[in-house]
Design a protein around this ligand. Sequence first.
Ligand SMILES: C[S@@+](CC[C@H](N)C(=O)[O-])C[C@H]1O[C@@H](n2cnc3c(N)ncnc32)[C@H](O)[C@@H]1O
Length: 327
Amino acid sequence: MTDEIDKAPHIPVLLGAILREVAPVSGVWLDGTFGAGGYARGLLEGGADTVIGVDRDPLAFEMAADWAGSYGDALRLKEGTFSNLDTLADEPLDGVALDLGVSSMQLDLAERGFSFMRDGPLDMRMGQIGVSAEDLVNDAPEKLLADILFQYGEERAARRIAKAIVAERLKCRINSTLQLAGIVEKCLPSKKPGQSHPATRSFQAIRIAVNDEFGQLAQGLMAAERALRPGGKLAVVTFHSSEDRIVKKFMSERSSTGGGGSRYAPEAAAKVPGFTLTPRKAIPPDADEIARNTRARSAKLRIATRTDAPAQPVAPETLGLPQLEGF
Ligand SMILES: C[S@@+](CC[C@H](N)C(=O)[O-])C[C@H]1O[C@@H](n2cnc3c(N)ncnc32)[C@H](O)[C@@H]1O
């Protein structure tokens, strides 16, 4: 099955910027999105003593089998989700890196069902457990489908597409990627040159729902706060605005002192920041990186440095996580 994977080397996004910003790299890092191993290798070559490579997709480790051993004990691979990354590390961490989304290996394999360009079963699960895209598309109530398309894909035609999906599934089960892409395409004006494929936002939304990507991210950021030692670095690369909003809100909430108590509201205790923002703003890829790798176009890197304050959970509302009724 792995023959379908494009043999062109995977180009890790914003890895150079991470290595530059956190320099000198040292100690134990956890790469929570191992994928093709680009970050893990970069961190090891850049000075990390150990990298714990985590991925929810066992394919990532299958694909690394021919090179991972050359790093000996310095590279430890663990199948799992980064939402509980603190339980996957045995020692306080010097760094956590997250490079969100799907890998090109996953997109390349038609049978994984991520791509509207390749016909395959409507699966979209990064790990091989849980509800698939086929289950969601055929069983979810119309309102929930519309909410998913709107909230997770920012798809303005969400209601129209959800209605078309429900009409189609009354006739036959929707079970292939091209079948779903066709339904979406019929609801939208045809693609003009330079525009993305009409099904892009719907596929993104359904993938995010199937893999609970926003919930994973929120939990993963809190788990990183628990796992990092004082001075440890949290580096997160996102690819769309909803993901970046969650990271930005988390980092801003956990790096603020929140005004603290005042004579009018003495009960509002000052917050003790778990991170400082280093740097304060998101780092985009430079023109060279975008020219080399179009996937980097929409990427943003945010980095925060752990303080010695105890870790504190952050409520989902504070992070602006969409609350979907019935999901
Ligand atoms: C964009 S790729 C990472 C590419 C990697 N940085 C590299 O340079 O090769 C994202 C990877 O993260 C994995 N992933 C996504 N969400 C995850 C989660 N919540 N827990 C663990 N792995 C996850 C996916 O399965 C995929 O392999």
